[in-house]
Design a protein around this ligand. Sequence first.
Ligand SMILES: C[S@@+](CC[C@H](N)C(=O)[O-])C[C@H]1O[C@@H](n2cnc3c(N)ncnc32)[C@H](O)[C@@H]1O
Length: 220
Amino acid sequence: MKSTEISGVFRQKGKLFTINPDKCKGIKIYNERLILYNGKEFRSWNPYRSKLAAAILNGLTSINFSSKKNILYLGAATGTTVSHISDITTEGTIYAVEYSPVAVKKLLEICKIRSNIVPILADANHPERYLSSVPKIDFIYQDISQRNQADIFIDNVKIFLKQKGEGILMIKARSIDVASSPKKIYDAVIDKIKKQDLNVTNLIDLSPNVKDHAAVVIAT
Ligand SMILES: C[S@@+](CC[C@H](N)C(=O)[O-])C[C@H]1O[C@@H](n2cnc3c(N)ncnc32)[C@H](O)[C@@H]1O
């Protein structure tokens, strides 16, 4: 098991892993593999199930997810990727926003054993509705397949992201326009973000693990 450039993320035989906290030993979130190595339990991180894992496998190195970061996660679903970030940011808090009550019910199960996740049942189109539950944050992560996904990201960045913060927007090209080429859509999203005086530091295509998606990495 080797460390990667991203703190808390490990690699073995081309696959990614994070460390399951001691209190979660033996507990799987989405039927991932658990491997004991040097007294620690490592959870395999499936790039077909998590766009963040796909981005890291495709060369994402420039993010700083150190153990104390506070993260706003938009589109938490049932907590697959949230759980791996929870392994990494052991002393930070992940504010996990999701608008599907069915998904949040499952997410709540994870929160019972992982105290660094705060579940928030809310629509990310309305950040004012969770303003009182979320402090200024270090990192914003969004994985929401909506036509207005770039606007949702920008609105949340403006309200919650600290100065010298970072973020990732996972773009699903087909949700924005089925007729245009993904490249054109990524360029349009990047233009929109740059107009807000945000720096786009990386664009990573997520194929072959996730088709027609890209990760846009930003910094303030
Ligand atoms: C692709 S899934 C996210 C998968 C998750 N990020 C992961 O890797 O484990 C997108 C999620 O965004 C949620 N979603 C879509 N629009 C939303 C909105 N406006 N506010 C909050 N959640 C939203 C959906 O209900 C869905 O669970």
